[in-house]
Design a protein around this ligand. Structure first.
Ligand SMILES: O=C[C@H](O)COP(=O)(O)O
Length: 259
């Protein structure tokens, strides 16, 4: 059985004082879920050290929102390498989030390079894929998702692919309050698993953790996580509210127990 994972992506939110309050609360509220699910918090880069020092990695692990595509130390102003993230105790790294794709024109080749950097230092990438509204309306969802996956995974062997986490995030559902219905999300998750099975074999596909992201909140988490191929969530806005994030984690734990 796959172990559910819930990752909170704070995006560009936080201040030292409010981070402290939020993380202290989460650590206290989520301790009993340590064995049931994996929980990750991805604060902004400048707060990784602060948040990392407050976390008990047996309960909540540290994640980063991005990584440099350059592997070596060097003249890359503003960048932070995978090795530096590992040095700080980061365990997971978001790669290919739609906001990186749109804000910084990150293409699939750039994303493939970043994946390789993250894997090279033994961290777990969370590879994000998802279609924009026009692509969904044009019935291109499967084509877009397959292409994003295949291009990003180009050059990785099965062993490397098996150490990834995937996140399906329909761009039209991110921060908009328009969640995909559980059926819409399940259909794409099943398609992702089929695509992986056809390229890397059924056992690998069956083990792959595939998260859903896009306006997940306490009120819809249970239904989403109850779908057969949805193994948890990548949470944005609701990750900034302790009661919401805790309830989402509990819904994921319940879905694991329910099977
Ligand atoms: O990384 C998180 C996703 O982009 C979802 O964000 P959201 O929950 O605010 O829609």
């Amino acid at each position: 059985m796959r172990k559910a994972l819930v990752a909170g992506n704070w995006k560009m939110h936080g201040r030292i004082e409010q981070n402290q309050l939020l993380v202290e609360t989460l650590v206290a509220q989520l301790t009993d879920l340590a064995d049931a699910i994996d929980i990750v918090i991805c604060p902004p880069l400048v707060y990784l050290d602060q948040v990392g020092k407050m976390l008990n990695p047996d309960v909540i692990q540290l994640g980063a929102q991005d990584v440099s595509r350059f592997g070596q130390d060097g003249a890359h102003t503003g960048d932070c390498s995978a090795a530096m993230l590992a040095d700080l105790g980061v365990r997971y790294v978001l790669v290919g989030h739609s906001e990186r794709r749109s804000d910084y024109a990150e293409n699939d080749q750039c994303i493939a390079t970043k994946l390789a950097q993250v894997l090279s230092v033994g961290l777990t990438p969370i590879l994000c894929v998802g279609e924009i509204l026009e692509q969904r309306e044009a019935q291109q969802v499967e084509q877009v998702i397959a292409s994003q996956l295949i291009e990003a995974l180009e050059g990785l062997d099965s062993h490397a692919v098996s150490s990834l986490v995937l996140a399906y995030e329909p761009v039209w559902a991110i921060g908009t309050g328009k969640t995909a219905t559980p059926e819409q999300a399940q259909a794409v998750h099943a398609f992702i698993r089929e695509t992986l099975a056809s390229r890397y074999g059924q056992p690998l596909a069956d083990r792959m953790i595939i998260l859903y992201g896009g306006s997940v909140k306490a009120a819809n988490a249970e239904q989403l996580f109850g779908q057969a191929d949805i193994d948890g969530g990548l949470i944005g806005g609701a990750a900034l509210v302790s009661e919401e994030f805790t309830a989402i984690c509990r819904a994921a734990a319940n879905s694991t127990i329910d099977g």
